[in-house]
Design a protein around this ligand. Structure first.
Ligand code: FFI
Ligand code: NDP
Length: 515
C-alpha cells in the first residue's frame, strides 16, 4: 500500500486555485489515489455567470475526472466549494465557512495566483503576495494543520542563471511593497514598476518572488514547503497522456504554429526548454505535503520541479517534434502551412514578422473585405505577436536549477510510492511526450475530432498549391514591373526567353529525328 495515499485518508485538505490548470489535476490525483480522503475544501469565486456549484459540476463532468468517478463514486460529496475571493479582506468567506475551515483543515495547497505576465503591479501584489500573507494568517489559526504547501514558480528568480533551492531576498521588503500599494495611485505605481522589478521580465515573476519571502517571514511555527515548477505542460501519464485545458505556456504557441499563424519565432534553438508535465508537478506536490507533515523539516524546504538538469531538451528539438507531429495529425482549417523558423536577432525577427506574419494577414483581410466580410486577421496577428513578445524572454535564456531536495525526496519514497507518485523526469521520453501533447491540444483544447484528419490534410495540400500559385504570380508581377522600367532587366529577360526557346527547339528536333 502507498504510504502517501494512506496518509491522506481521512484528511481534510484545503486547495486554493482548484479551478485552475494545476489545481484540477491535483484534486483529481488526490481523490483517485486516496478515495478515503475526508473532504477537499476549495476556495472558489463565481465566474463568467456561473455559480460555485455550476463550476464544480463542470469540473467533475469533464474528461479529466472520468477515472476518479470509477474509484471514488461519491467524489461530488467530498468536494466542498467555499465561496471566496482572494482579492477581498478575509477572502470574503462567511463566518460559518471560516469556522469550519479553521477547525477542520489538515493540509493546505496554495495554488491560486495571477499568472498573467502583464498584470498591473497592484493586482499581482494583491493576489500573489497579500493573499498568501492572509492565507498564512488563517493557517496559523488552524489547530489541526499539519502542512502548508505553497506553489511558486522556478522563474521567481529568473534574474539569476543558476538557482538553488533557497529563497533569494528582493531588495525591497514585501511589507513595504504591500504598505505602499495602499496609498500610491496607479500612475505612480506604473512609474516605479520597472525599477522594482529590476532585471526580471514582468510583474508575475517579481510578485512570486515576494510571495516566497512572505512565506519565509510569516510562517511562524507552521510546517511549510515551497514547490517551484518551471513551464507546466500537458499531462505525461495521468490520468491519461496529453490532457491540457488552457493556453498558457507552450499550449497557445502549439496552436498558433499548428494553424499556420506563427511560422517563425525569436528563440535560441539550443537553449534548454524547461518544460515539466503537470502530473509530475502534482505528484511531487502531494509527496511534499506528506513529507512536510510527517517529517516536519526544521526549515522551509524548497523543491524544484524542473526537467533541465536531469533530462534536458532544447527548443530546436521541441519545435521539430511539434512540426513532425502536426504533419502526421494536422489541425483543421489552418491559415497557412505550418512551418518553424527560429530567428536569433531583432532584424530578422522584424523582417519575418512583416513578411511571414503581417503581410499574409493583410492580404487575407483584403480578401475578407472583397467578399463583404469584416476584416479580423491583422488584429488577431498583432495580438499573437504581442503575446509572443512576452514569452520571448523565456525561450531565449537558459537556467540551471539544482534539484537536491527533490532528489532527496524521491529517495525517501518507498518503491510503491515512487511508482504511484512518480516525479522522476529522467523517465520522460520527450518525443513521445510532445507527440501526446500536440494530440492533446487538438483533442482537448481545439476539440477537433480525429476523423477530420484526412480533410485537414486535403486543406493543407490546397494551401500548398495556393502558396505556389501566389509565389509564381508575385514573381511574374515583379518581373513585369522591372522589365517596364529597366533596360538591363529587359535584356536578361530576352536572353532567358530566347535561350529557353532554342533549348526546346533543339529537343523537339532531336526527338523528331529519332522517330
Ligand atoms: C515558428 C515556430 C514554432 C515553434 C513550434 C512550437 C514550439 C512549441 C514550444 C513553444 C514555446 C513555449 C514557450 C513558453 C514560454 C512560457 C514561459 C512561462 C514561464 C513562466 C511559467 C510560470 O511560472 S506561469 C504560467 C505561465 N503564464 C502564462 O503562460 C501566461 C501568459 N499569458 C498572458 O500573460 C496573457 O495571456 C497575455 C500574453 C498577456 C495576453 O493577454 P491579453 O489580455 O491580450 O488576452 P488573453 O489572455 O485573453 O489572450 C489573448 C489571446 O491570446 C491567446 N493566448 C493567450 N496565451 C497564449 C499563449 N501562451 N500563446 C499563444 N496564444 C495565447 C488567447 O487565446 C487569446 O486569443 P483569443 O483572443 O483568440 O481568445
Ligand atoms: N502554468 C504554469 O506554467 C506554471 C504555474 N505555476 C504556478 O502554479 C500555480 C497554478 O497555476 P495554474 O494552475 O497554471 O494557473 P491558472 O491560471 O490555471 O489558475 C489560477 C487559479 O487561481 C484562481 N484565482 C485567481 N484569482 C483568484 C481570486 N481572486 N480568488 C480566488 N481564486 C483566484 C483561479 O480561479 P478562477 O478559475 O476563478 O480564475 C484559478 O483557480 C500558480 O501559483 C502559478 O504561479 C508555476 C510555474 C508554471
Amino acid at each position: 500500500m502507498s504510504m502517501i495515499a494512506a496518509f491522506y485518508s481521512n484528511k481534510s485538505v484545503l486547495i486554493t486555485g482548484a479551478t485552475g490548470f494545476l489545481g484540477k489535476v491535483l484534486m483529481e490525483k488526490l481523490f483517485r489515489t486516496s478515495p478515503h480522503l475526508k473532504v477537499i475544501y476549495i476556495l472558489v469565486r463565481p465566474k463568467s455567470g456561473q455559480t460555485l456549484q455550476e463550476r464544480v459540476f463542470q469540473i467533475l463532468n469533464s474528461k479529466l475526472f472520468e477515472k476518479v468517478k470509477e474509484v471514488c463514486p461519491n467524489v461530488h460529496e467530498k468536494i466542498r466549494p467555499i465561496s471566496a475571493d482572494l482579492n477581498q479582506r478575509d477572502f470574503a468567506i462567511s463566518k460559518e465557512d471560516m469556522q469550519e475551515l479553521l477547525s477542520c483543515t489538515n493540509i493546505i495547497f496554495h495554488c491560486a495566483a495571477t499568472v498573467r505576465f502583464d498584470a498591473h503591479l497592484r493586482e499581482a501584489v494583491q493576489l500573489n503576495v497579500i493573499a498568501t500573507q492572509q492565507l498564512l494568517l488563517m493557517a496559523s489559526q488552524m489547530p489541526k494543520l499539519e502542512a502548508f504547501i505553497h506553489i511558486s514558480t522556478a522563474f521567481s528568480n529568473c534574474n539569476l542563471s543558476h538557482i538553488d533551492e533557497v529563497i533569494y531576498p528582493c531588495p525591497v521588503e514585501p511589507r513595504k511593497i504591500i504598505d505602499s500599494m495602499e496609498w500610491l495611485d496607479d500612475s505612480i505605481i506604473d512609474e516605479i514598476t520597472p525599477k522594482l522589478i529590476g532585471d526580471r521580465p514582468n510583474t508575475y515573476t517579481y510578485t512570486k518572488a515576494l510571495g516566497e519571502m512572505v512565506v519565509q517571514q510569516e510562517s511562524g511555527n507552521l510546517n511549510v514547503a515551497i514547490v517551484r515548477p518551471s513551464i507546466v505542460g500537458a499531462t505525461w501519464q495521468e490520468p491519461f497522456p496529453g490532457w491540457v485545458d488552457n493556453l498558457n505556456g507552450p499550449s497557445g504557441l502549439i496552436i498558433a504554429a499548428g494553424k499556420g499563424f506563427l511560422r517563425s519565432i525569436k528563440a535560441t534553438p539550443m537553449a534548454v526548454a524547461d518544460l515539466i508535465p503537470v502530473d509530475t508537478v502534482v505528484n511531487l506536490t502531494i509527496a511534499v505535503g506528506w513529507y512536510t507533515a510527517v517529517h516536519r523539516p526544521k526549515s522551509t524546504l524548497i523543491y524544484h520541479s524542473t526537467s533541465g538538469n536531469l533530462n534536458p531538451c532544447n527548443w530546436y528539438k521541441m519545435g521539430l517534434q511539434v512540426l513532425a507531429t502536426i504533419e502526421k495529425i494536422p489541425f483543421e482549417s489552418a491559415f497557412r502551412r505550418p512551418n518553424a523558423d527560429f530567428t536569433t536577432n531583432n532584424f530578422t525577427t522584424q523582417y519575418w514578422n512583416a513578411v511571414s506574419h503581417r503581410a499574409p494577414a493583410i492580404i487575407y483581410d483584403f480578401y475578407l473585405r472583397l467578399t463583404g466580410r469584416k476584416p479580423r486577421m491583422l488584429k488577431l496577428m498583432n495580438r499573437l505577436l504581442r503575446t509572443i513578445s512576452m514569452l520571448e524572454y523565456f525561450i531565449n535564456h537558459s537556467w540551471e536549477w539544482s534539484t537536491n531536495n527533490t532528489e532527496m525526496l524521491l529517495s525517501e519514497l518507498s518503491p510503491e510510492d515512487q511508482r504511484v507518485f512518480n516525479f522522476d523526469v529522467r523517465q520522460l521520453n520527450w518525443l513521445e511526450y510532445i507527440e501526446n501533447y500536440v494530440l492533446g491540444v487538438k483533442k482537448y483544447l481545439l476539440k477537433e475530432d480525429l476523423a477530420g484528419i484526412p480533410k485537414a490534410k486535403q486543406h493543407l495540400k490546397r494551401l500548398r498549391n495556393i502558396h505556389y500559385l501566389f509565389n509564381t504570380a508575385l514573381f511574374l508581377i515583379v518581373w513585369r514591373l522591372l522589365i517596364a522600367r529597366s533596360q538591363m532587366a529587359r535584356n536578361i529577360w530576352f536572353f532567358i526567353v530566347s535561350f529557353c526557346y532554342k533549348f526546346i527547339s533543339y529537343f523537339r528536333a532531336s526527338s523528331t529525328l529519332k522517330v
